[in-house]
Design a binder for this molecule. Structure first.
Ligand SMILES: NC(=O)c1ccc[n+]([C@@H]2O[C@H](COP(=O)([O-])OP(=O)(O)OC[C@H]3O[C@@H](n4cnc5c(N)ncnc54)[C@H](OP(=O)(O)O)[C@@H]3O)[C@@H](O)[C@H]2O)c1
Length: 239
């Protein structure tokens, strides 16, 4: 199915997986709305996308953990791109530490961005999709949304929650011809992984953001009557 001239909002588009998904959508002729907190990242990506692929690229600075900022970002993009066909809920943060060692504020921040940010974007974008009886949402969860590990309590809780949120909302909106897919990648070579100290020195053998983008694209290109509910993607053997 062609994605040409569709519109998409990608959160966390400034770097890593979100950036790769934004580029792969633009390559397909999708007009993109790019959301993150760092203006410089979004501006350089927006310029690259319009020059390279000739589609519209609108940037909106927002901390998606704040509902009013998520709403303002949507409004700004909606005004310039029109109705939104695709929402990529990708923005996320990771910090690891034992439950008793992490500060409560640090723990809560992870849930606020990864879960509440996804919720805020869904709450903002879904009404238009329901009204038009079509839409695609991809929630970037993680293998950490399927299996817990020591030091992962905040990240695991946030990503398990994204899986539950995906499953529940899917039941509500499928009748409106809206698809929601949760992708669960294992470690991907991005700043998030490297800053968290994951697989340092193994970056070349790790999955790359473009690999996740290919899976997202494949899910979006399926005929509207079918959808991927959950899809894992691993560099190493799944444990
Ligand atoms: N890398 C991995 O190994 C891996 C594996 C599985 C799943 N994931 C998930 O994949 C997603 C993307 O991760 P990544 O590895 O690509 O991370 P990344 O390279 O650190 O990029 C994250 C992006 O999200 C943005 N962001 C962070 N907090 C935000 C907020 N409050 N509001 C708006 N934007 C925000 C960041 O920009 P600003 O800081 O400028 O806002 C950045 O553009 C996350 O949900 C992550 O949990 C990652």
């Amino acid at each position: 199915m062609s994605l040409k001239n569709k519109t998409a909002i990608i959160t966390g588009a400034g770097k890593g997986i979100g950036r790769a998904i934004a580029i792969s959508l633009a390559k397909e002729g999708v007009h993109v709305g790019l959301v993150a907190r760092t203006a410089a990242d979004l501006e350089s990506l927006g310029q690259f996308i319009t020059e390279q692929y000739g589609v519209k690229a609108i940037t909106a600075i927002a901390d998606i953990s704040v509902q009013s900022e998520a709403e303002a970002a949507f409004a700004a993009i909606n005004q310039k791109l029109g109705a939104i066909d695709i929402l990529i809920n990708n923005a996320g943060i990771a910090q690891f530490g034992n439950l008793l060692e992490m500060e409560p504020e640090q723990w809560k921040r992870i849930v606020d961005v990864n879960l509440m940010g996804t919720y805020h974007m869904l709450r903002t974008v879904l009404p238009g999709m329901i009204e038009r009886s079509k839409g695609d949402v991809i929630n970037i969860s993680s293998t950490a949304g399927e299996r817990g590990f020591a030091t992962g309590s905040a990240y695991n809780a946030s990503k398990f929650a994204v899986m539950g949120l995906t499953e529940a909302v899917l039941q509500e909106v499928r009748k409106h011809n809206i698809r929601i897919t949760a992708l669960t990648p294992s470690t991907v070579n991005t700043d998030l992984a490297v800053n968290a100290g994951l697989k340092i020195g193994e970056e070349d053998r790790m999955m790359q953001p473009e690999d996740v983008a290919e899976l997202a694209l494949a899910a979006l290109k399926l005929p509207p009557r079918v959808f991927v509910k959950t899809a894992g993607i691993w560099t190493t053997n799944p444990q």
